[in-house]
Write a protein that binds this ligand. Structure first.
Ligand SMILES: [Ca+2]
Length: 476
């Protein structure tokens, strides 16, 4: 090739490169970068991988090109898990031991991961199978080590984010302590459980001891079936009082030897707000015992899945109601910041709906026999131009159907709301203050009602974006 040809070829390549850069820059202003699926496929199920670890106490190194795929069902965000995440596929689940903290910033709940297992190690902690990065053979039984953080990208490839896992509805009899049980490390839901009466004034764990202590609770159902709930003293909910009613619990199913054990991600995994097993016909049965501080509802929205870009997910919490009375817009799970804080968000902005009225209603809250009961929540109003958010309470809503149906009585509660910013978002959330619920007893529902408008033109717009977080009902 002569020199002139070389020069013109280089010039042409520069032109091509310039055009390419220019196109990609323009594109990024229009839309978020397209998601590129990783060029990797699983060749082994989690069940098949676990079968390579047949004897409890052994350490088995994976020596072939095994690739598994799973969705993260639990991470270390609340601190209840430490240096680990849990993933599941259609065949089972497995705990992944990983070095480092705040793993959830890279591997949050809902994240799809592919793991290249060649060179990694399988072991078990009292029969709960785990995948790790090494083995300490100097102790008996040998100790499975974490995957070192500099090698995360060598072994773990991230796929799609924001996958929604629906917990499997199971009964206690379906759970076994066999090491190869396919429900171990899988997200499950048990119904009609409650804390023992003697435990109802306790906190989730012992946060105030040094070091903080974990706590085991024996949960029981109304037929005297039992299951152990284990909470870490390092969990950010360790100091919160346990709920006192009866209901469903979502958790990752684990074992400790021959004990069936549950691991929750956050307190929102428990929905113990119904009447207790032996509530009888007495008034207020099923509520708090009146001792200690009762945490009757605590919704932080942290278990919601928030993808990096649209489409976002409508708020979906067991036994909550998220419906539009006029228009079609629902409350969405959104988040902001690093690490991300998640909340509920509603806005008529860009909806082109002349009238928008949307309801977000909590699950049933049993106020029990506490003398003092109060509601707290936090709001932030962005680009405020008149759309309102109100908080209401009902004693006769049933938890299903339209909250605005004839015969359902709602009372507007007085609370402090974000004053809002007309040009953006306020820097901080505004606390509602303690809203007294002392004139209420028994089962109640709390609703947030958004009223906005996005008609043709902009003169009558009421499109304020409201953000809502940390909804708490407590008693003492
Ligand atoms: Ca939150």
């Amino acid at each position: 090739m002569n020199k002139i040809m070389k020069t013109s070829l280089t010039a042409m390549m520069l032109v091509v490169a310039f055009v390419t850069i220019n196109i990609s820059c323009t594109k990024q202003f229009d839309a978020p970068p397209a998601y590129l699926a990783p060029n990797i496929k699983a060749n082994t199920t989690i069940k098949q991988l676990k079968a390579l670890h047949a004897v409890s106490g052994n350490i088995d190194q994976v020596k072939t090109d095994v690739i598994i795929r799973g969705i993260v069902n639990a991470d270390d965000k609340s601190g209840n898990l430490f240096k680990s995440i849990v993933i599941q596929d259609e065949t089972g689940g497995i705990l992944i031991r990983m070095e480092g903290s705040s793993l959830y910033t890279s591997y949050p709940i809902g994240q799809e991961v592919f793991i290249k297992c060649n060179g990694l190690y399988l072991g078990d902690y009292n029969k709960l199978i785990q995948l790790g990065g090494g083995a300490d053979m100097t102790v008996t039984p040998a100790n499975l080590l974490t995957i070192p953080s500099p090698t995360f990208n060598q072994y773990i490839v991230k796929g799609t984010a924001g996958n929604v896992l629906v917990p499997k509805n199971v009964t206690i009899d379906q759970l076994s302590t066999n090491m190869q049980d396919t429900l171990q490390n899988v997200l499950i839901k048990l119904n009609n459980y409650e804390f023992a009466a003697a435990d109802t004034s306790k906190t989730y764990a012992n946060a105030s001891t040094n070091p903080p202590g974990s706590a085991n609770f024996v949960l029981k159902d109304c037929s005297s079936n039992t299951v152990t709930l284990r909470n870490s003293g390092y969990a950010d909910f360790a100091a919160i009082g346990v709920p006192n009613g009866n209901g469903s619990i979502v958790s990752v199913y684990t074992v400790f030897g021959s004990t069936k054990q549950l691991t929750i991600r956050d307190t929102s995994d428990l929905n113990f707000n119904g009447p207790r097993c032996n509530a009888g016909g007495g008034s207020g049965g099923g509520g708090g015992t009146g001792t200690g501080t009762g945490n009757l509802l605590n919704e932080t929205f942290e278990s919601q899945v928030v993808p990096a870009a649209t489409p976002f997910n409508a708020i979906a919490i067991t036994d909550w109601t998220n419906l539009a009375e006029a228009g079609t817009q629902k409350y969405f799970a959104r988040g902001f910041g690093t690490p991300i804080n998640k909340y509920a968000q509603i806005s008529a902005f860009g909806s082109a709906q002349a009238t928008l009225t949307s309801w977000l209603v909590t699950k049933a809250v049993n106020l029990g026999s506490f003398a003092n009961k109060s509601l707290n929540f936090e709001t932030k109003a962005g680009f405020a131009n008149g759309a309102t958010l109100k908080v209401l309470i009902s004693s006769n809503y049933t938890g299903t159907g339209n909250p605005w149906a004839t015969g359902v009585n709602w009372t507007v509660l007085t609370a402090s709301f974000s004053a809002g910013s007309a040009t953006g978002y306020p820097a901080t959330f505004t606390s509602s203050g303690d809203v007294s619920l002392n004139s209420y007893s028994g089962t109640i529902y709390v609703a947030f009602k958004y009223e906005g408008a996005d008609p043709a033109g902009s003169a009558s717009d009421k499109t304020t974006t409201w953000q809502l977080d940390n909804i708490k009902v407590s008693g003492n």
